[in-house]
Design a protein around this ligand. Sequence first.
Ligand code: R5P
Length: 319
Amino acid sequence: MKEEEKNKMMIFTGSSVPGLGKKIADKLHLELGKVELTRFSDGEIYVRYLESIRGANVFLIQTCSHPVNYHIMETLIMVDALKRASAKNITAVIPYMGYSRQDRKTMGREPISAKLIADLLSVAGIDRMMTMDLHAGQIQGFFNVPVDHLTAVPKIIDYINSKNIENLVIVSPDAGRVGVARKVANKCHAELAILYKRRPKPNVSETINIVGDVGNKNVFMIDDLIDTGGTVCESAEFMKKLGANKIYAACTHPVFSKPVYKRLKESSIIEVVVTDTIPIKKELLKDKLVILSVVDSLSQAIKNVFYNKSVSEIFEGRM
Ligand code: R5P
């Protein structure tokens, strides 16, 4: 990047992903922007940028990791401060968008929280949203600003192919992932199976049926996220009873809330493949865990946005 252009691009990171932000800045040969992030004694968030933002194309890296509400509020306040400091434009780079599972009303008198988050970001002042593997692609339409919807699935495909697993079946743990699982199965020359899951209440998952055959086969489940681990562990036990051999699970976002580590450790899943869209405690699952990095994809996408180049071409032909 030329010296005068470097001055026009600034990368800042919130407190949810300092490591990812630093890696992205390094990849782009930029210094991470300096910002003070503290709290008042009552818990309110204080933000102050420690260098001039005026006229800059700012990319703010943040994710919706635990504590999710705190990180969302911090993002909004950081965006507000950027806007008031005269940034030329602000791109929120939020690889995991929290509340994305609440993307529709499933019962009367429920909110559509994903839409609310999109509105909050817009009101705060973002000009563009960059995110990864949304729970549902149509969430892009909740934003009134352009959305770059990236995907970590090609990374997962490359990883699966590198393992040369015989008799492989790619499994969608629920109806929502069928499209992605089918693409992965095609790229991995594997069969496809689809599980039918019910959710009697939030965070409780019950697998009750399967379309396809996993008997004597090796299985790779693909999901957008693993939260409490209920879905993948329950699905694994269901498929074990149907005679599945080795069972693997992969997802883009390791949301990982309790009791996920215990569940995954005790389950018959032999390997859990995730990405670094959310920082996790690797040591709690080290024997089973593989972490793929999305730094390259995010850095390339940021670069392409900055240079007004196509973002979708980064993933062309890879899925
Ligand atoms: C649901 O539709 C999602 O794709 C995930 O399967 C689910 O949210 C994972 O949650 P948990 O790990 O708590 O079952």
